[in-house]
Design a protein around this ligand. Structure first.
Ligand code: B12
Ligand code: SF4
Length: 422
């Protein structure tokens, strides 16, 4: 296992002229107890490993004295690559990037993931950020690291931003690749024992489709992945999840697809395949209520036999007016009731998300939402609600109206650290 091996090799501090075949990844902690390996980093690590680079992953959630560890590991590395979303992850990103720059001002620091993809310019303006990767990072990061190693100009690598003579330069966008063309994730880099110690559960994330055909006004997805839903074939899903859970002794897989149920035949085939394979793990998905309601009770029972135990669904509001403002006209209340009833009958937990304080929500709309939640809970015991306070994210359609809605938009990278739904 490369990660473990890299800790034991005798460390050689490279002179500035030497080239390194090592990349250090840092994953700042999520303000969440759901600790498991960061899928974005496992994704971009594979092409590097295949091309002969060694990779060290430092996840601050499971690494005591993570700053010291980063400072030790970068000594013989080519660059430091950090993955982050908007919000509190920015705090540790800044802490680590500043510490590395204090050690060596010209050591390359690359930021990738959702926040740098949605706000590349503002992110790159931070003095301790040298390069940003926009969108899918598998090919881009490999090309970038190869160019850094060869000390070649990076101007023609699509999908990046960098600094040249004090100016910010952005290259052309890299076209999105369908998920079937992406390499497998480097799960062997994950220290599942440490994640289990941290959160009490042994689980992993898995992704089987990209994008979502809808365009909710608060959602950032279309800004990074577009709206062309594309997915892995059911056989691949079955083979990979069975292998993943068996290999690492996992009890659960969270399928992080934005909308797992777009292709119902695929979903049914996955259920059948898992039953046939005798799969012995629980899994959960995210899907819209309108698509969940299209599944029959038999379909849901089949998926349950295949291990599906929870469907997370974005109900978001109990007010017609707010749903309209959210551009969620594809969902009606009937589908929510249907979905709750059928999921429970099949033994699957329906989990519904609610967003309070969306622009336009007054006392009346809030009351409608609370009444709706109470009604669902009374009628469908076992249905659960997760509530959030609306947080505007860069790149979402509603942010285009930020000024009109009185949303305070941070003017610097660090300003976004406080953006967190409370
Ligand atoms: C899993 C997940 C979580 C998990 C994370 C667990 C973990 N250990 O990683 C948990 C539950 C903790 C979580 C929490 C939250 N999340 Co979340 N989450 C996701 C989800 C569903 C999947 C992420 C994922 O792994 N995808 C699969 C990987 C392979 O794709 P990827 O991350 O896009 O990575 C690719 C590129 O981005 C890039 N890349 C990624 N990292 C790097 C690094 C480098 C160096 C490079 C070069 C490239 C690169 O290359 C990768 C491969 O192509 C996404 C939605 C989504 N579709 O991705 C939301 C998402 C990331 N979450 C989001 C949000 C808003 C939150 C919360 C605020 C929600 C809340 N209500 O609390 C919190 C924030 C927590 C915090 N502290 O900041 C937003 C982020 C929006 C933004 N502007 O950043 C997303 C996009 C959902 C959405 N559509 O709004 N989340
Ligand atoms: S259904 Fe979910 S993933 Fe799709 S656009 Fe709406 S919030 Fe985003």
């Amino acid at each position: 296992m490369r990660l473990r091996a890299s800790r034991n090799v005798s460390r050689v501090v490279l002179e500035r002229g030497q080239m390194s075949k090592k990349v250090v990844f840092f994953f700042p902690s999520f303000a969440s107890s759901e600790a498991t390996a960061p899928l974005g980093i496992l994704a971009v690590a594979t092409p590097l490993l295949r091309s002969g680079y060694s990779v060290t992953l430092i996840d601050s959630t499971i690494t005591p004295r993570y700053k010291q560890r980063v400072l030790e590991e970068v000594k013989d590395a080519a660059c430091l690559a950090i993955s982050l979303v908007t919000g509190p992850m920015i705090r540790e990103t800044v802490e680590i990037a500043r510490a590395v720059k204090a050690w060596r001002r010209d050591f390359p620091i690359i930021l990738g993931g959702w926040h740098p993809s949605l706000l590349p310019k503002q992110t790159l303006e931070a003095p301790y950020v040298d390069m940003v990767v926009r969108g899918q990072g598998e090919e881009t990061l490999l090309e970038l690291v190869q160019h850094l190693e060869a000390r070649a100009p990076i101007d023609l690598i699509p999908g990046i931003g960098f600094k040249k003579n004090g100016k910010l330069v952005f290259t052309t966008e890299r076209p999105l690749k369908p998920i079937v063309e992406l390499p497998p994730k480097a799960y062997h880099l994950a220290d599942f024992d440490a994640y289990e110690r941290s959160c009490g559960r042994r689980w992993a994330m898995y992704i089987s489709s990209l994008a979502c055909p809808f365009n909710c006004a608060y959602c950032t997805n279309a800004g990074v992945y577009g709206r062309k839903w594309n997915a892995l074939p059911p056989e691949q899903f079955v083979e990979e999840t069975v292998d993943l859970t068996t290999r690492y002794g996992l009890e659960m897989v969270w399928v992080v697809d934005d909308n797992f149920l777009v292709d119902l035949d695929r979903a049914r085939a996955i259920g059948e395949g898992l039953v046939r394979a005798g799969a012995d793990f629980k899994w959960s998905i995210q899907a819209t209520t309108n698509l969940t309601a299209r599944l029959s009770l038999e379909d849901l029972r089949l998926l349950r036999r295949g291990g599906l135990h929870q469907i997370c669904q974005g109900v978001d509001s109990g007010s017609e007016e707010i749903l309209k403002r959210m551009n969620k006209t594809f969902q009606d209340f009937d589908s929510i009731y249907k979905s709750a009833a059928r999921c429970l009958e099949a033994g699957i937990r329906p989990s519904f998300n609610i967003i309070f304080a969306y622009p336009g929500e007054g006392k009346k709309e809030r009351r409608e939402t609370i009444d709706f939640m109470m009604d669902v809970c009374r009628r469908f015991q076992g249905a659960e609600f997760w509530t959030n306070i609306f947080t505007p994210y860069p790149g979402s359609p509603i942010m285009e109206r930020a000024e009109e809605l009185g949303i305070r938009v941070p003017s610097s990278f660090e300003g976004w650290a406080e953006f967190f739904p409370r």
